[in-house]
Ligand binder design. Structure first.
Ligand code: SF4
Length: 322
């Protein structure tokens, strides 16, 4: 695997240009980059896995840290409190794994890459990110932005994760590995973007081997499946009956109880979730479910509710059903 486009270019030159670009253009103001606290880095990395930077920065990251300022505070919280703070972020397994990890090491995360990888929900990427961004260890980090950037830079149509990690390790700056990783990440997010890379502004253009960048590093787009779900609504005295989900996707969260599609719905709305485009129909129930968990509709933020539920409650409020 060649790392150079011509005999005059080198890994050192590439690293130098990358860091110069980063100093002037990097996202230095992201709150988790102002911190060396491994817990802060850990929370941000888990949130950012499936959620856009702006949503994490403006809402979920500060709220979560305000509620659980340390790993030990997270360990002492109930799972319901943690899921409630995660409500709306989706992929709730992430919150459950955070809680499990906090209980396993309430005094602090381990410093070793291998030890980190043994913790629930911490894979190769997250362990490398914690080692690099919190502990300043010399370790390459390969997230989706870096993966795309490397595929284009070296015109790799279909590299394995091991190939990419090897390549990223070869490129790693010998004395500034953390900034190098952050710089690659930012270059991928800001310049070498998935659909319209700004090659004219790219500091690595002279090294780039991709004649047509869109042929490299693209995730295959997944077609969303259409599905209709029918839920029941039973409210009394400002309280709404919910049930605790046992489905893998929402396990532990509170959902509307199931309902038969035969009755006329009170409200219908759409919701997209991972690979699904959902149509949700809410039907009146004549009795609460046997295993009802009652929630106060004025305090929905205190319960572990998925966004498909909070969206439905909002709609019912607008229709003055609640
Ligand atoms: S030149 Fe274009 S394709 Fe190549 S790394 Fe830069 S932005 Fe990406």
């Amino acid at each position: 695997m060649s790392c150079s486009k011509s005999t005059t270019t080198s890994i050192q030159q590439l690293g130098k240009r990358l860091l110069e670009w980063y100093e002037a253009n990097g996202r230095h103001d992201l709150p988790w980059r102002q911190s060396q606290d491994p817990y802060h880095v850990y929370i941000s990395e888990i949130m950012l896995q499936q959620t856009q930077v702006e949503r994490v920065r403006n809402r979920y990251y500060p709220l979560f840290l305000n509620k659980f300022p340390t790993l030990s505070a997270l360990a002492k919280a109930s799972l319901d409190e943690v899921l409630a703070a995660w409500s709306g972020l989706g992929y709730y397994q992430r919150a459950k794994n955070l809680h499990k990890t906090a209980k396993l090491c309430p005094q602090g995360l381990p410093k070793s890459f291998e030890e980190l990888k043994k913790l629930p929900g911490i894979g190769t990427y997250t362990a490398a990110a914690i080692c690099s961004f919190a502990y300043n260890q010399s370790i390459a980090v390969v997230d989706t932005n870096i993966k795309r950037l490397l595929c284009r830079l070296f015109a790799l149509p279909n590299p394995t994760p091991a190939n990419l990690e090897r390549l990223a390790t070869q490129l790693l700056h010998p004395t500034r590995p953390k900034e190098h990783n952050l710089a690659l990440m930012d270059l991928g997010a800001l310049i070498c973007t998935p659909k319209s890379p700004k090659c004219g502004e790219c500091p690595l253009k002279a090294f780039c081997q991709a004649d047509d960048p869109l042929l490299f590093g693209q995730n295959k787009s997944q077609k969303r499946e259409k599905k209709t779900l029918h839920f029941g609504i039973y409210a009394q005295e400002g309280k709404l009956a919910m049930v605790r989900s046992t489905q893998k996707l929402y396990e532990g969260m509170l959902l509307f109880p199931p309902a038969s599609p035969k009755s006329k719905p009170i409200a219908t709305y759409r919701h997209s979730y991972t690979q699904y485009n959902l149509t949700i129909s809410l039907h009146p129930l004549h009795a609460p479910p046997k295993n009802a968990v009652w929630i106060d509709v004025q305090r929905v933020q205190e319960y572990p509710l998925a966004s498909l539920v909070t969206k439905g409650i909002e709609l019912l409020r607008q229709k003055l059903v609640l």
